[in-house]
Design a protein. Sequence first.
Length: 593
Amino acid sequence: MTDAAGLADTVTAGQTDWIVVERVWERVSRAYGVRQPPQTTPDLRDLLADAFTVSAKHGFLDVFAFELIKEGLAGPSLVTRLRAIDENAGRFQLQAFQNGKRHAVNPMMYAEGLLRACDYVCRIDVDGTQAGTGVLVRPTVVATMAHVVWPLLVSTEDTLAAAPDSLRRLEITFRDYVDRAATRLAGETATLHPEWLLYGSPPTESERLAKDVRDIAGIAAPAGPWDLALIRLAAPPKGATQAELMGTPPAGPFEVSLLHHPHGPNPQGEPLLLSDGHLDEQLGDPPVRYLHDVNTLGGSSGAPVFDQRWRIVALHQGGVTGVRNRAVPVRDWSPILDRPLPDGVPYVHVLPRLNNHPVIGRRLTQQRMWRAIRHDAPPVERLFVLRGAPGTGKRFTKLLVREFVERHSDGVVVTLDLANALAQDADGFARWITGALSAPEPALAHSDVLTTAPREVRDGVLPGLTQRVSEVGGDRPVWLVLEGFGGASLDVPAGVKDVVVNLMGRLADNPSQRLVLVGWDEPPPEGFEAAIEELSFPTAYDVAAHFTPEGAQPPDALVAAVPSLLALQQAQGLHGYPAALAVLRMLAAGVAR
């Protein structure tokens, strides 16, 4: 291995891509158990040179390089240079069964598409045993065959429902690869939505018995059945993009590829494998099943069938050895994905940290947090500006954020009270934040005589602070909750305010950051107006909704009964949350969740 550092010259990243480069390094180096960070340097080219050197030393140079290519930070020249210094470069860590000559394709475009596709294919385990394959078809929806998760389903005629206690028996893992030493790399286990089955369509009796791969009796477009299960995730997988679906493939035979997790000698099932072949027969008019010749095994069910542009045309269903393999087209069931998902927010109803104190209302806050825990949440969804009169629960926010985030994601939550920052300048405030994150102090550039000028905050303090937030979070979101602004925000030092304003402005450059400002009464940056939430006292609906399961609406009779109970409490001198809490306790004995 020589001149690995020189590969930095082939990377087209600019200074604005610094965070993306660091995110790639963190993801790859962790997978290989390497804790050695690149040398700290203000020059991105020097940082890349050191990262290439370290990755070459530890044996994952090609993996790091292809991750940069996948992020759009490098092109063919990196592959050319890489092959000149590493004879193993370009050997994807996948096993392929070839059964025919492939048409000529652009290797870089094909490789980039393959790498992206690897990120949204997943392994599905039932009761601890590898059962099949799935693919991400929406940010929080995985598609697979219904027969893969059949032990977890209850069938009633043509409908499917999740069986009781099925949630804990299902596990979905992304990025289940294998490295050159044939040791298993830890994949990412997805968090499932409590109501995990979004949609289910059973297989036909003929399909369940594998009688005849050409039998399509009882199948009609668009009703099916499709042998399909759409599984909801609590949050999108880290860094994954959803697949592109192709509803109308060519009528004649064409080349296809499968990424799948078949059974093998490993009792936990095989890691991700690649197989190639042809889709050469379409059954029905319009087609309701396809036949293909790709090599598959048990456990391949649910695998996406890709065309040569890595668009999904079908899901592999099964087959008969020596006869044919069968697949289900995406055309007729894909419109289901365009329906709005049910609310389904897993609301926090009580706070264990506060002696199981009830959470009344705050549904909008939790709906926004539910969107913000996604790893691809846009900047406007990652800023929370919470305002409201005294008694509307502003101080309650930090407890709610911590409980919600820790319950439903792997995020890091740090809460700071601005009452303790009244003597801080910009530099000290930045160090206070990173100290609370248990991170090393940021390398903040400033002159010997400290000032709080906006230019210094923008050019010196903020780059160091945001870099540290990104380092601490890695692939995990970092939730920074700043409270104590309120009506006293004018007393907050100018340097502290400059840091907060710049943190808001840099949300687009720091995708791991979530910023919650409790009581901030100044306008947010342009385009972030939707981040403002005006808190109010709990309503009759809020009280009734406390007893309502996720995805359901409180009964009209219950909503209608609460106002009179609230009026009774108000007549006794209770208002706002104290009145709502009293009514809640009155109803608790007679209303079942």
